[in-house]
Design a binder for this molecule. Structure first.
Ligand SMILES: NC(=O)c1ccc[n+]([C@@H]2O[C@H](COP(=O)([O-])OP(=O)(O)OC[C@H]3O[C@@H](n4cnc5c(N)ncnc54)[C@H](O)[C@@H]3O)[C@@H](O)[C@H]2O)c1
Length: 272
């Protein structure tokens, strides 16, 4: 696969991927609603708003694979989520179908299942428990992915990404961290593994404190090279000890669970 489109190219994850992917995909095409600040001379960038179908269709022309990162990357008012992550994601898959794209890797999120307690380990087949409008929009994207895979034959991978970074930033992220190099491995499985129809995998490194059963990713060839535990002592000693909402501490989704929370936490904890 040569011509691969990277949406959300001006964003945080893409800034890492723009360094790591060109040796693998020599004809990488970048798109975003805004131009990346540090765009290099050799990079090919096409500006497009994914909430506008005609704009994203133009960008998908001639593309073999798509890494779809573009959209709202956290909680927001419904109108924002609707445009960027619901309408935008639909437009992206429709444009992919019309252009004959073979593979799509979609960046979904741990927040699609954020309302599982930290005491549980979950696989990819658990019931959805989104912790935000953002998490709901990611499930919508996972659903679209399955539909376009089985109905239109596009090979789709939904990566439930934990948190991407050069190192885990806090105690919660010791469980969900992924190093960009490991993310590239998962993306390559999604774009290149023969016979792939529709897969959901957790985007995490080799984390001893993981809350996820990522055995499906391992079956498909994923061998994460980075371990959050190597940073654990530093991270734990730097963690503030007070001031967190109990729901943020109890559930895997952290502060996303606590935002706008109106349930009675002690009774919810008893029930779930
Ligand atoms: N950063 C993480 O650790 C993490 C974790 C889980 C999931 N994800 C998902 O991965 C993707 C990338 O994350 P990120 O941290 O790089 O996010 P980011 O916010 O840094 O980048 C998202 C990019 O999408 C672009 N965008 C927003 N609306 C758009 C539109 N209408 N048309 C075109 N482009 C638009 C933005 O301009 C931005 O550059 C997101 O979909 C996010 O939900 C990220």
């Amino acid at each position: 696969m040569k011509r691969v489109l990277l949406t959300g190219a001006a964003g945080g994850i893409a800034t890492w991927l723009r360094k790591l992917l060109p040796p693998v995909y020599p004809e990488l095409v970048l798109t975003d609603i805004r131009e990346p600040k540090d765009l290099q001379a050799g990079e090919r960038f096409i500006q497009a708003d994914i909430s506008k179908a005609d704009e994203i269709e133009r960008v998908c022309d001639g593309v073999e694979g798509i890494i779809h990162l573009g959209g709202r990357s956290g909680e927001a008012p419904w109108e924002t989520i609707l445009e960027a992550n619901i309408v935008g994601c639909y437009n992206l898959f429709e444009a992919a179908r019309k252009a004959g794209v073979k593979r799509v890797v979609f960046a979904t999120s741990n927040h699609a299942v954020g309302f599982y307690p930290r005491t549980t380990t979950i696989g990819t087949e658990v019931l959805a428990r989104p912790d935000s409008r953002y998490g709901v929009s990611k499930l919508f994207g996972e659903g679209l992915g399955a539909m376009y895979a089985y109905k239109h034959g596009i090979g789709v991978t939904a990566l439930r990404i934990g948190n991407v970074g050069d190192r885990p930033l806090d105690v919660r992220r010791l469980s969900i961290w992924i190093k960009p190099e490991d993310l590239v491995q998962l993306i390559r499985i999604g774009l290149e593994r023969p016979g792939l129809v529709y897969e959901v995998m957790y985007g995490i490194s080799d984390n001893q404190r993981s809350w996820y059963d990522n055995s499906r990713a391992e079956t498909l060839g994923y061998k994460p090279q980075w371990r959050s535990e190597d940073y654990a002592a530093d991270v734990i000693s730097a963690e503030p000890s007070e001031g967190k909402h109990p729901a943020a501490e109890y559930y895997q989704g952290g502060t996303f669970c606590a935002e706008e929370y109106t349930a009675d936490f002690p009774s919810m904890k008893m029930k779930s």
